[in-house]
Design a protein around this ligand. Structure first.
Ligand code: 6R9
Length: 656
């Protein structure tokens, strides 16, 4: 099992203090310094954030109120006017950073491009003007469905510039999933590309957009802007579809950033929850700008000489906060890579590190486990001496993978920052600060200054040392999600009522289980709800179940995560069939393909098992813990007294 177990964590006693020389040169240099900062922030969070907001960001107009907290709805820097695209671009143009590389981009086939801050600013202004020309106004939503090319970041910043919230949809999602998101967000414009490169193949993005819009599938969409990337043939619908390269040359590079209210919506990003319908997580402008700015600066101990590389896709929150907004707001050089390790080039990531002298490298545990499998001769054959900080995100990292990362990639000299956070939190919540925090393999260590994290029981009472409980946040923070798009009730129910509020005190429930050790280190154990974590990507069991039952052969489906050495978890589906169908290899293949079509390749079940019945309670609820054990190949040892029909269990075992 690759996820850390309680046993493996309790026996993990290794501690890695920041190297002395590293700490000396870091902006936060010791644990004491972190603790002082933390205590100061805790004593008066509003004053702490206000001071940083004033010092670190440009405001067109200062706020009247730092925090307006009417649980569960928070507003930060109320009355303030700000534009995140201005903070990411314009303000650097009056400094030497004007000609510093803002984005370094490497395409999968080996083509590359570097955009300085001045060049990026110019392209963002042009695209913003094209958006306006296509009828996009402040407040209109724009869908972005792009490969990892600079225009993805350009489109996001162009939206932010004119105050049109973006909704980026990961390019690996299917046409069906794209359509559902465009419809929910009522997007007016979609920005896409003819295709993108993914493991030596072309991902036909424009075809998927066409399929999503077919038969008026997303009626709000009026125009589609298409960037040429792969040059394969696509169809262009006249009046609706426009090539970026046709419109760009005539677009003015003058487009002043729109002064936005601090609480104006910056973006919607859909994420999986416990129901079949993904949630539109809403983030706003001022607080998100400040928090992603500070977390990038302190957690990666940014210097102007850094070449920073986060390997995520801009379709996920990690790409939003830590490829685009956080790094650019700090005037950093952010690297974007279109490709992924593939049979034709398993060492490609290390080539990129060597080619650009990457200093900060941020990736996911699932990727690290895949690197381990591919063999250390790949990294060993490259010069990785430029690296000075490593990071991980997306799921708990098992101590073995941590140690490999530390030794083979970090040469035992690079601090590792294991950052725990979520789409909903906007930025890092638990993380080491590389010059200050002694790390323990597998622990995300301590909360970021200003974050009041705790581990509690179902009533909201803090649990003792090393007892497992729910990870909660006790005080609002600037980049917290503001609501579920169009559904305040779902927001309240999902995050704030799971643990009942007491005496007007609300706890943010993250959905993760965790424990704290004797030194106060947090150890995140994983989701406690029906959300799976497949290769660091969130996927709801219900989402996959809904996809399966939409196939005519399927009567009922129950999906669980099965431990997987590389992916962390893999999708395992138990399926009962409609009377006239019979289970076969062909049907398994067909159902897998059906899920890919409904959601995308990340949701493809690793295994589908046909069964006559599913284990249920008397009230008809599927007992997933039984299925989880079976999927893991373990005997189910727990209580089965709630099971309605015990013979189901024997049958399930028999069919295994
Ligand atoms: C940023 C991101 C959030 C869920 C979260 C948790 C898991 C993320 C983690 C981690 C342990 C870490 N998670 N980082 N678990 N240690 N360092 O991944 O956002 O896609 O919304 O997923 O991922 O379970 O609740 P998102």
């Amino acid at each position: 099992m690759s996820q850390p177990t309680i046993e493996s964590i309790l026996s993990e006693n290794r501690v890695f203090p920041p190297p002395a020389e590293f700490a000396q040169n870091a902006s936060i240099k010791s644990l004491e310094e972190y603790q002082q900062l933390y205590e100061r922030a805790k004593a008066d969070p509003a004053a702490f954030w206000a001071e940083l907001a004033e010092k670190e960001l440009h405001w067109f107009q200062k706020w009247d109120t730092v925090l307006d907290w009417k649980p569960p709805f928070a507003q930060w820097f109320v009355g303030g006017k700000i534009n995140i695209s201005y903070n990411c671009l314009d303000r650097h143009l009056t400094t030497w950073r004007k000609n510093k590389a803002a984005l370094i981009w490497e395409g999968e086939p080996g083509d590359s491009r570097t955009l300085t801050y001045a060049q990026l600013h110019r392209e963002v202004c042009q695209m913003a003007n094209v958006f306006k020309q296509l009828g996009v106004k402040k407040g209109d939503r724009v869908g972005i469905y792009m490969p990892m090319i600079p225009e993805a970041a350009i489109a996001m910043l162009a939206c932010a510039r004119i105050g049109a919230p973006h909704s980026v949809v990961f390019g690996g999602f299917s046409a069906e999933a794209l359509k559902a998101r465009l419809v929910d967000a009522e997007a007016k414009l979609v920005v896409t590309a003819d295709g993108g490169w993914r493991k030596d193949k072309i991902v036909p993005l424009k075809d998927a957009v066409d399929a999503a819009l077919e038969d008026n599938g997303a009626p709000s969409v009026e125009n589609v802007l298409v960037v040429k990337r792969t040059e394969q043939k696509i169809s262009m619908e006249s009046g609706r579809d426009h090539w970026w390269h046709d419109l760009q040359p005539n677009a003015s590079a003058d487009c002043p950033a729109e002064p936005m209210d601090s609480e104006d919506m910056l973006f919607i990003l859909y994420t999986s929850g416990t129901t079949g319908k993904p949630k539109g997580v809403v983030h706003t402008t001022g607080g998100y700008n400040l928090y992603t700015h500070m977390t990038t600066q302190w957690t990666f101990d940014l210097k102007d000489t850094d070449v920073y590389w986060c390997t995520a896709d801009v379709g996920w929150i990690t790409g939003h906060s830590y490829i685009v907004y956080g790094p650019l707001s700090n005037g950093a050089t952010s690297l974007m890579y279109e490709g992924a390790p593939r049979p034709s080039n398993p060492g490609c990531l290390w080539d990129v590190v060597e080619k650009y002298g990457v200093t900060i490298f941020y990736t996911a545990p699932t990727a690290i486990r895949a690197f381990i499998k591919m063999g250390e001769h790949h990294p060993n054959a490259r010069n990785l001496s430029s690296l000075r900080i490593l990071g991980t995100v997306g799921e708990p990292i098992n101590p073995e993978a941590w140690m490999w990362y530390h030794k083979v990639i970090g040469g035992e000299r690079c601090p590792i920052v294991d950052t725990w956070w979520q789409t909903e939190t906007g930025g890092f919540m638990l993380t080491p600060l590389p010059g200050a925090t002694p790390t323990k393999p597998g622990s995300a260590t301590f909360p970021f200054p200003g974050i009041l994290a705790e581990i509690v029981d179902a009533e909201g009472n803090p649990v003792g040392e090393n007892s497992g409980g729910y990870l909660v946040i006790q005080h609002p923070w600037p980049s917290m999600m503001r609501t579920v798009y169009g559904d305040d009730e779902r927001f309240r129910r999902t995050y704030w009522e799971h643990i009942p509020p007491k005496d007007g005190k609300y706890l943010y429930f993250a959905g993760d289980g965790a424990r704290k050790d004797k030194d106060g280190y947090f150890w995140v154990m994983g989701r406690v709800d029906d959300v799976m974590n497949i290769s660091g990507h969130r996927l709801g069991t219900m989402e996959v179940e809904s996809a399966l039952v939409s196939h005519p052969a399927v009567a009922e489906a129950a999906v669980v995560g099965k431990p997987d050495e590389v992916k962390g978890e893999d999708v395992f589906a138990f399926v009962t069939l409609e009377g006239e169908y019979e289970g076969s290899e062909t049907l398994v293949r067909e159902l897998k393909q059906h899920v890919v079509q409904e959601i995308g390749a990340i949701a493809r079940p690793g295994e589908i098992r046909f069964t006559d019945a599913l284990p249920k309670t008397r009230s008809g609820k599927i007992i997933r813990r039984v299925l989880r054990s079976l999927a893991a190949g373990q005997e189910f040892a727990g209580d089965t007294s709630t099971l309605e029909d015990r013979s189901v269990l024997d049958k399930l075992r028999g069919s295994s």
